[in-house]
Write a protein that binds this ligand. Structure first.
Ligand code: NAD
Ligand code: TYD
Length: 334
């Protein structure tokens, strides 16, 4: 592969994937196509070598723009999405537009251009919640919030283009991802940055014992890369962190890493439809030679250090659009 289009490459995981590709393959050129929504941030790719990284501002739901950018690319990897569950509960319009219509434009462009590989980055949330055990790729979809429903819709459109037109679509379903450059609406960077500032950690009441499987961002990128290069078109691959933790455990770790005490824990009303536990089996991707490498304690320490040392990155975010969102989101939670 010589030229890869990465959509959503100015976001958290997309920008890490670009760094990963540029590091690993000196011959690669990345076309980074991103709308720069509130979550898109060119600071995330400021160190990308301009000779091997072209940025195009555009919307994946605009077919003409996607066609123009994708021309000449061997592969497309779609990270572009509205990605936050709580925002999808406040209003789902953009979620359906980007996560469903946008994916349609990508697979339609790939059909017309005969793109060799199309990888759709999806989420373990499409399976819904599971009390014990772990979901396999063959298990039924049961999304329970507008974000995960829209992601499932996008996947289904993509897979229909594989079945109907032979577009070489591969889907990955990753678990909760963490690491540097994550927008501070997600729980870990929110809690880390609030704790650094001595502000409360709004833990959803009743949800403090919820379980998520924590996947370090570079492991997620390596998993996507493995599926892209060694996966079979038409197939789905789970990407797990194999680091299940209750939210209260993660919260206590944040307090320990920032030198704060439990007085910062601030119970707020629960998220409607809150999924209790996500868990996936990633044996299928392991069979292609990938496995998660980051130890959770080490990944948490590294991430906390990054937020402590990179206030320049998150302080300006937290004073902008984020502030209005935070007040609206947490005021209505009391
Ligand atoms: P993010 O919110 O940090 O970044 C999303 C990026 O997409 C932003 O740069 C934004 O500007 C861009 N974007 C949004 N709408 C667009 C549009 N219409 N056209 C072009 N660009 C657009 O998200 P993230 O956390 O990096 O997630 C990336 C992908 O991984 C998403 O598809 C998400 O569903 C999936 N995923 C995320 C996680 C996680 O824990 N963060 C876990 C599993 C899967
Ligand atoms: P989040 O980071 O939004 O990821 P997702 O909902 O996609 O798993 O939330 C992770 C967990 O943290 C989830 O159980 C909800 C909980 N949570 C809180 O308790 N308080 C918060 O302020 C946020 C954002 C999340």
């Amino acid at each position: 592969m010589k030229r890869i289009m990465v959509t959503g490459g100015a976001g958290f995981i997309g920008s890490a994937f670009i760094r990963y590709q540029l590091r690993r393959d000196p011959g690669i050129h990345i076309v980074n196509f991103d709308k720069l929504t509130y979550a898109g941030n060119l600071d995330n790719v400021k160190d990308a070598d301009p000779a091997r990284h072209t940025f195009i501002r555009g919307d994946i739901a605009d077919l003409d723009a996607v066609l123009a950018a994708m021309e000449g690319c061997d592969a497309v990897v779609n990270f572009a999405a509205e990605s936050h569950v709580d925002r999808s509960i406040m209003g789902a319009t953009e979620f359906l537009r980007t996560n469903v219509d946008g994916v349609y434009c990508i697979v339609e462009a790939a059909r017309r251009l005969k793109t060799e590989r199309v990888l759709l980055v999806s989420t373990d949330e499409v399976y819904g919640s599971i009390d014990t055990g772990a979901f396999l790729e063959s298990d039924r979809l049961n999304p329970r919030n507008p974000y995960s429903a829209a992601k499932a819709g996008g996947e289904l459109v993509g897979r229909s283009f594989f079945e109907t037109f032979g577009v070489p679509v591969i889907v990955t379903r990753g678990s909760n991802t963490y690491g540097p450059y994550q927008y501070p609406e997600k729980v870990l960077p929110l809690f880390l940055t609030n704790a650094i500032d001595g502000e409360g950690l709004p833990i959803y009441r009743g949800g403090e014992h919820n379980v998520r499987d924590w996947l370090f961002v570079d492991d997620h990128c390596a998993g996507i890369d493995t599926a892209l290069r060694r996966g079979t078109p038409g197939e789905i691959y789970n990407i797990a962190g194999e680091n299940e933790r209750e939210l209260i455990t993660l919260t206590r770790k944040v307090l320990e890493l920032t030198g704060r005490d439990e007085s910062l824990i601030q119970p707020v009303p629960d998220r409607p439809g809150h999924d209790k536990r996500y868990a996936i089996d990633c044996g299928k991707l392991k069979a292609l030679g990938w496995q998660p490498a980051m130890d959770w304690e080490e990944g948490m320490a590294l991430t906390a250090r990054w937020y402590r040392e990179n206030e320049w990155w998150w302080r300006k975010i937290k004073t902008g659009e984020f502030r209005a969102y935070y007040e609206r989101q947490y005021r209505q939670r009391g």
